[in-house]
Design a protein around this ligand. Structure first.
Ligand code: NAD
Length: 271
């Protein structure tokens, strides 16, 4: 059975687990080969469990199980040279690059008083510089292919502020702005650039002490805690819901959609 992305190649960051894995599997189901990275290791400061090499290997197994090819390396989106080396290796192997999904990101709940300079700068380094590096390392390959689709994973917090996450909100709003800027400059190369803004998603980002950290910060100002309540009965999306939107934006079904900011939040941004 042929999919919407037959013959295409996609580069995905943070693909060991959670949404990144769902994107790799969905794009592979639609026919794409995958180039991917993940830290697959500890991230200081975050309250949830870190991903592992076993997670990374599971993504490889799932993609290969679909009959698609995958090059997956442990690496850090903050390392521009490392990212370039990976993308160049992938393009040398698979012959082209058509789709980029800048998914890797972190989230550290903290009130404004608790937030340390290290929390702020680490969040900006991964969520903003890492996304910029992802596009910087790959855009020339999309130009060489005659066009493509770049999808930047922002958040509900990239449209509306998320309480007790000033650093995260700042980083995800930066991703929204970066989407518009790259869309403007890369448009002449037939490259579309869009962002996706999930509300809550069921992933390992909610593991470990994450819920405890959110509950604790919410208790500091309960009036703000109700913000972002979805209109629909389903509170949290599954990673698959986000992957479906990624596959749509990556495909020709979205051929005239660029500089757009697509929410998958059950209406939460308007509450
Ligand atoms: N889960 C949610 O509720 C939610 C909501 C809105 C937006 N998001 C965003 O969606 C994206 C994916 O989140 P998720 O829920 O799948 O989280 P996750 O923690 O389950 O997965 C993120 C993956 O990114 C990797 N990663 C983190 N920093 C990296 C780096 N510097 N280099 C390479 N890999 C790195 C992690 O190792 C992990 O495997 C993130 O950008 C996140 O901010 C998540």
């Amino acid at each position: 059975m042929s999919g919407k992305l037959e013959g295409k190649v996609a580069f995905i960051t943070g693909a060991a687990r959670g949404q990144g894995r769902a994107h790799a599997v969905k794009l592979a189901q639609e026919g794409a080969d995958i180039i991917a990275n993940d830290l697959a290791g500890g991230i200081p400061l975050v309250p949830y469990d870190s991903s592992s090499m076993a997670d990374l290997e599971e993504t490889v197994r799932l993609v290969e199980g679909l009959g698609r090819r995958i090059i997956f390396r442990q690496g850090d989106t903050r390392d521009l040279e490392g990212m370039k080396a990976l993308v160049d290796e992938g393009v040398a192997e698979f012959g082209r690059l058509d789709i980029v999904v800048a998914n890797a990101g972190i989230c550290i709940p903290a009130t404004w008083e608790e937030t340390t300079p290290e929390m702020f700068s680490t969040t900006m380094d991964i969520n903003v510089v890492g996304v910029w590096n992802t596009v910087k390392a790959s855009a020339s390959h999309l130009i060489a292919a005659g066009g493509g689709s770049i999808i930047l994973i922002s958040s509900y917090a990239g449209k509306k502020m998320q309480p007790f996450m000033i650093h995260y909100t700042a980083s995800k709003h930066a991703v929204t702005g970066m989407t518009r800027g790259f869309a403007a400059e890369l448009g002449k190369h037939n490259i579309r650039v869009n962002s996706i803004h999930p509300g809550a998603v069921n992933t390992p980002m909610g593991s470990g002490a994450m819920i405890e950290a959110i509950t604790r910060t919410n208790a500091s100002n309960p009036a703000l805690a109700a913000m972002g309540t979805p209109f629909l009965p389903t509170y949290a999306a599954e990673a698959q819901d986000i992957a479906n939107a990624v596959a749509f934006l990556a495909s020709d079904d979205a051929r005239l959609i660029t500089a757009e900011h697509l929410s998958i939040d059950a209406g939460a941004q308007y509450f």
